[in-house]
Design a binder for this molecule. Structure first.
Ligand SMILES: [Zn+2]
Length: 500
């Protein structure tokens, strides 16, 4: 048997000011021929798993391009077409293949292509023909389209956000596709449109229980896999929004009924699925109240009284396409006279370069952040001491590695506020982003991370509380304010009742 694998992905925020060209992909993750190195990159995990499973069966594996870019605006047309055509050329060169497995995102948009994954899958189907099984693993922040469904035999989507289950989902997909290849299974996919836009962290209730409920249907009555495509709200494409996908063993009607049943349940729970977003100043109030023991974070019942309260600077999350250089939160902390915090990572390669010039212990009059545009706020002018440098800072998420680039830590004069700046726009996912620069988050009253929800996996074990604070920024969590033009209607919350 000969397996062909590839990865081409990003999560496109069509409202982002960050361009997406070759460099964005090359600097973040780009490997050819399966040359993944350990510790494996976060996005390489499914590909490595597909390879392990295939090799264990004695299959030959042909590994094509594997590249992923941090979220930004639409990928430039020639960049998408170049990478796509490289994969297609590799596939033609590898023919005949018996099976194709891909790691895709599902929300990649390029100039001229609202559905890159649908386009890629259809072209792959055109090359391999109708009989070769095609499977793809997708991020749950995908725009699941009928084109993707029709061109594939099975799609399996992460169930967890933070994305901690990429490897189990890779196994789930491999099992289905292997079953099809061996003639034991006839996978049929049923899609239900939940007609809603939202963002749903899965460690929080009632979403945590809903994930368990979806999984409870799997493995019986012919149900092979149940996936909830949460959708990615910050994309002006027709198919934005939440969808329910059920893969059965040749039971399309039962699959459609289950997809509708679970999809309608998800719609009914949509408001409870959203995290408790707070505006910036009330969010800081809440963080300070938890820190002082006046309030408790019910989502962290196991939290001890020792750790910091972690504020997610959600609107400036690099993994949603934001610049990651906004100064709103740090400015607010300084305006309040707060003195104990760790803040990171602010994307400011210029600040890193100045720090590298003076070295650890060096003093700087630093203009920090606020470079990308008005949504980032004004830069902050600070007197600082460089307290740490790291030439290749790496963070971890879901068992995979995320690069943060060159990094520097600064102590702001007259405070115990430590700020990390980095050269590669990427979210802050775990305490490693601080400890690898000599900053101890446990010693701080507050930790501010430029991230939306992935940080929960790394910080929940040490946090006394977690607050989702929304300052002005690129990732507006009030979906009604987003300037959509292409989105299919009706859909909630743009339409009050999308079922009429
Ligand atoms: Zn995601």
């Amino acid at each position: 048997m000969r397996l062909f694998t590839a990865m081409l992905g990003t999560e496109t925020n069509t409202f982002s000011p960050i361009p997406a060209g070759f460099k964005l992909y090359q600097d973040f993750y780009l490997v050819r021929g399966g040359r993944h190195t350990q510790p494996y990159g976060f996005f390489a995990l499914p590909l490595v798993r597909f390879r392990e499973r295939a090799k264990a069966l004695g299959w030959e594996v042909v590994e094509s391009l594997a590249t992923f870019a941090p979220p930004a605006t639409r990928t430039l047309r020639h960049v998408y077409e170049t990478y796509r055509d490289e994969i297609l050329a590799d596939l033609k060169g590898a023919m005949p293949v018996d099976v194709v497995l891909l790691n895709l995102h599902g929300a990649m948009v390029a100039d001229g292509y609202d559905d890159c994954e649908g386009d890629l899958l259809q072209r792959i189907r055109g090359i391999v023909g109708p009989k070769v099984p095609i499977g793809a693993e997708l991020d749950l922040h995908c725009h699941l389209t009928q084109e993707m469904i029709e061109a594939s035999d099975a799609l399996v989507i992460y169930k967890e956000y933070p994305h901690t289950d990429m490897v189990p989902r890779a196994d789930e997909l491999f099992d289905i596709i292997q079953g099809k290849l061996e003639g034991r299974l006839k996978p049929r996919q049923a899609l239900f449109d939940c007609r809603t836009i939202g963002l749903y962290p899965t460690p929080l209730e009632p979403m945590a229980s809903f994930v368990k409920r979806m999984a409870s249907f799997e493995g019986k009555d012919g149900v092979l896999s149940v996936s909830f495509a949460h959708g990615f709200p910050w994309a002006d494409v027709p198919e934005v929004g939440s969808k329910m996908l059920v893969v059965t063993d040749n039971r399309p009607d039962e699959g459609a009924r289950l997809a509708e049943k679970l999809g309608r349940e998800a719609y009914d729970l949509r408001l409870k699925f959203e995290p408790p977003w707070m505006d910036l100043e009330p969010g800081i109030d809440r963080a300070l109240a938890i820190s002082a023991g006046k309030e408790k974070d019910a989502s962290l019942p196991q939290a001890t009284g020792n750790g910091p309260v972690v504020i997610g600077d959600v609107t400036d999350n690099a993994f949603g396409g934001a610049p990651s250089d906004s100064t709103w939160v740090l400015r607010a902390l300084l305006a309040r006279g707060l003195t104990s915090a760790a803040v990171g990572c602010i994307w400011d390669a210029g600040a890193v370069a100045l720090a590298e010039e003076v070295g650890v212990g060096g003093r700087l009059q630093l203009r920090l952040g606020g470079k990308i545009g008005p949504i980032s706020g004004s830069p902050l002018d600070l007197q600082v001491t460089v307290t740490g440098l790291n030439p290749d800072l790496r963070d971890m998420l879901g068992g995979g590695e995320l690069p943060l680039g060159r990094a520097a830590a600064f102590r702001i004069d007259g405070t115990e506020i430590d700020v990390v700046a980095n050269s590669l726009r990427s979210p802050t996912s775990s305490p490693l982003a601080f400890t690898r620069l000599g900053i101890d988050p446990m010693a701080k009253q507050l930790v501010v991370v430029k991230a939306m929800n992935h940080f929960r996996d790394g910080f929940a074990p040490i946090a006394r509380g977690i607050v989702y604070a929304a300052s002005p920024g690129c990732i507006d969590v009030n979906y009604r304010r987003l300037p959509y033009t292409k989105v299919r209607r009706p859909i909630w919350p743009l339409d009050e009742n999308p079922w009429t």
